[in-house]
Design a protein around this ligand. Structure first.
Ligand code: NAI
Length: 282
């Protein structure tokens, strides 16, 4: 029975995962490197709850209950009685392996270990633990409280019962799971990121304007947002990093990043966060 969840890293994703877990009745132990690092994620959760109260979707009493279930700590020892750990730290294999070793040392033998990585190898992370069979990928989408999908990724040694436990757990959060084999970027981003890259190539070749590309994909392919507007939202630096990693991992030239994307990143035009991307936000 999964009752208590460990969340490692309380950034954009970790805080979103923690929020959804406490809302669904789970107790959460969130681990950060320093107390102050909780501030950003906590502010995000408080904003979401404030809005829910204003809309009448949440009561003050419920919020108090949620808060009681949300425990924040910088001590790894506090993971000793969690049933399921989700790692959501920086997307870097060396950092993640280091974290996986620490998790492995501090949890009970039957505890499941999950990574929220967007595309790094689950098998490689699992290899540094004492029992790689209890490790899998549980890939939430941003923003976690809103997005319905979770990709479940089996590593080379993931045991079937671990996969089933994870599936039941994410469904209990009101999410839908899809079953994905380990591969670069998994399934959704493997399709989405090259699609955005192709949209940038279409722009770069002067085939259509940014506005028309986005209009075309919204009205012609029924996408809720155009690929270039989405690129600005994700951040062009993040997109370039992900596209480059896909190319490196597959060594397939079809995944080469659009030169225009690289040029814009070099110019510091990273999308919404810098006020300038394919569109002007200033
Ligand atoms: P973030 O940078 O917002 O948060 C990472 C957090 O991890 C930071 O608060 C940092 O202090 C903490 N951290 C780093 N090292 C730590 C350690 N040793 N111990 C405890 N905490 C530590 O990153 P974000 O965006 O939340 O991404 C986290 C993971 O989720 C990454 O693997 C990323 O690829 C994945 N992801 C991100 C999505 C996004 O849209 N941001 C979407 C889906 C997955």
């Amino acid at each position: 029975m999964v009752k208590k969840i460990g969340v490692i890293g309380f950034g954009t994703m970790g805080s979103g995962i923690a929020q959804v877990c406490v809302e669904k009745g789970y107790e959460v132990v969130a681990v950060e490197q320093q107390e102050e690092f909780f501030d950003r994620g906590l502010a995000q959760i408080k904003r979401n709850w404030k809005r829910a109260i204003e809309k009448g979707h949440l009561t003050e009493e419920q919020q108090t209950e949620y808060n009681k279930r949300l425990n924040m700590t910088i001590s790894w020892e506090d993971l000793n009685d969690v049933d399921f750990v989700i790692e959501a730290v920086t997307e870097n294999m060396e950092v993640k392996k280091d974290i996986f070793k620490k998790i492995d040392q501090h949890i009970a033998p039957e505890t499941v270990i999950a990574s929220n990585t967007s595309g790094l190898s689950i098998t490689e992370m699992a290899s540094v633990t004492s029992d790689p069979g209890r490790v899998l990928g549980v890939h939430f989408f941003n923003p976690v409280p809103v997005m319905k999908l979770v990709e479940l990724i089996r590593g080379y040694e993931t045991r079937e019962e671990i996969f089933e436990t994870a599936k039941q757990f994410v469904e209990s959060l009101g999410k839908e799971a899809i079953d994905v084999k380990e591969s670069p970027l998994f399934a959704v981003n493997r399709i989405l990121v090259p699609m955005i890259n192709e949209a940038i190539i279409v722009l770069q070749e002067g085939i259509a304007t940014a506005e028309d590309i986005d209009k075309g994909m919204k009205l012609g392919a029924n996408h809720p947002i155009g690929p270039l507007a989405l690129a600005d939202l994700i951040g062009l630096d993040t997109l370039l990093f992900v596209q480059d990693s896909l190319y490196e991992e597959t060594q397939d030239s079809k995944y080469r990043a659009a030169p225009l994307l690289r040029k814009m990143v070099r110019a510091g035009h990273l999308g919404r966060k810098t006020g300038q991307g394919f569109y002007d936000y200033s």
